[in-house]
Design a protein around this ligand. Structure first.
Ligand code: SAM
Length: 252
């Protein structure tokens, strides 16, 4: 499938906060990959690979990576579904999508990059065999609506795996996380000339629902099973939510 980055701006009535988030990610697109690599000491790729595994994506699948940014996780997913599979990377920041479309040319034939709003996805009901999202849910202006859209587009019996920051329950690890955000993330972002842009991470982590709350929200959105796996000492987590099977799937 060809790359499909729409050239029209999104028509949906996006609120000013969503506009601010989209502009921020468009602005930081050129430095985004290198910064992620430096800030996580490369570990973000390991965590993203865990999300791919937990999504249950298999060879030949039609999979979605939502809030794909510059395409890191979508590229891992494309490797997982193989030559017979297809992956859509969806995001509302076109500058991020433009970078994603330039990476790993040998994998691009199995990828499509689609400009879209996670709160109003342009996909059919029950379209995808597996869905992933990394560091996207925390940035949505309406998390329940985002989960509801994820539930709508994934097939019955299939999974979504959502990687994001998490507030550790251990107070020492929490202190370390706060120290890391203040003393490593912000100064590193400063070196890239992006201190203002990266000041958003700490408050967004504070506001983000805990793992158990994420499980409740996923169930409220319609998922029949949801488990939150804390990783990296609880500083990160992966929410894995499964859409209930249809009657005929259950009867086999
Ligand atoms: C922190 S970045 C993560 C990018 C990528 N998944 C990664 O892990 O490198 C968050 C992404 O979510 C996107 N995003 C936030 N809100 C969105 C929305 N409502 N619809 C589509 N994309 C959104 C941003 O444009 C940004 O690219």
């Amino acid at each position: 499938m060809a790359n499909q980055i729409a050239d029209q701006p999104l028509a949906s009535p996006v609120q000013p906060e969503a506009d601010r988030i989209r502009q921020l990610f468009d602005r930081i697109a050129p430095q985004y990959d290198q910064l992620n690599q430096d800030l996580s000491l490369g570990l973000h790729r390991v965590w993203k690979q865990m999300a791919v595994r937990w999504s249950g994506a298999e060879a030949g699948d039609h999979a979605l990576d939502l809030c794909c940014g510059s395409g890191d996780l979508a590229l891992l997913l494309a490797r997982q579904v193989g030559e017979t599979g297809q992956v859509i990377g969806a995001d509302f920041a076109v500058e991020q999508l433009a970078i994603a479309a330039q990476r790993n040319p040998h994998l691009q034939a199995r990828l499509s990059w689609i400009e879209s709003d996670a709160l109003d996805l342009p996909f059919e009901n029950s379209e995808f065999d597996a869905v992933t999202m990394a560091y996207g849910l925390r940035n949505l202006t309406d998390i329940p609506q985002g989960l509801s859209e994820l539930h709508r587009v994934v097939k019955p019996g299939a999974k979504v795996a959502i990687l994001d920051f998490h507030t550790p329950t251990n107070p020492l690890v929490r202190q370390f996380q706060q120290w890391y955000l203040a003393n490593i993330v912000v100064p590193t972002a400063e070196r890239f000339g992006l201190s203002e842009e990266y000041a958003y991470i700490s408050p967004s982590v504070d506001r983000f629902p805990s793992g158990s709350r994420q499980v409740d929200l996923a169930k409220a959105a319609g998922f029949t099973e949801a488990i939150h796996y804390p990783i990296a000492g609880g500083m990160m987590g992966v929410l894995v939510a499964t859409k209930g099977q249809t009657e005929s799937q259950i009867r086999g």
